[in-house]
Design a protein around this ligand. Sequence first.
Ligand code: NAD
Length: 222
Amino acid sequence: MLSREYALSEDTKEEDLVALVEKLNKDDEIHGILVQLPLPKQIDEEKIINAIDPKKDVDAFHPANVGKIMIGNFDYLPCTPAGVMELIKETGIEIEGKECVIIGRSNIVGKPQAMLMLHKNATVTICHSRTKDLKEVVKRADIVVAAVGRPNFVTADMVKEGAVVIDVGINRLENKKLCGDVDFESVSKVASYITPVPGGVGPMTIAMLMQNTLTAAKLTLK
Ligand code: NAD
């Protein structure tokens, strides 16, 4: 894979970033475009995502690709949720019919995660900052996906014995160490499977991005 990095300055104008995206849209050497978010405040994120050619949108953030994920007939995998699905697949545990609880409802993790699990016939619940009795809801889950962005948010008393626990969170502590949304120490004693942070979902997200890039190249050859 050819990889080109454009590290633009923080004061880049919105129209300049749009122009770069449009240039790459037309470049036959480039099959996939990823704009690293978040963007500086002078740039409208939605405008930039919408400028990416949906056929080169390997992050699957463009509304056309989001819509396809919702319907279940999609070219590109939403990278982080797809990585989570791969991790669950590796356990050999069947998702169909399972109670899956996702904590977090962002457009990049929570919502597409729910869709992928629904497409696999799970019973899916999405929890968020206004959810009442969060502990009770999470305790029902056979599979828990935590994407909150709060260190050690999920504790052992919230998790059913034998549940699969996938930790999407990446939090930087004051001592500069990385930690997830799940209190690994205590939850690993009740979960049947648990992912570490770092070294769990993060590398899978990158692997799925590579897969999308390959898919993008193949689509242009069709
Ligand atoms: P976000 O901030 O957009 O969303 C957080 C979600 O958590 C929100 O939907 C909010 O409703 C929910 N939430 C916040 N407080 C809550 C509470 N007290 N109770 C219940 N729900 C609550 O974050 P995001 O972009 O979805 O990312 C979530 C985490 O995952 C972050 O730590 C981020 O760094 C990490 N992340 C990791 C990867 C990866 O590749 N591993 C990819 C994307 C995001």
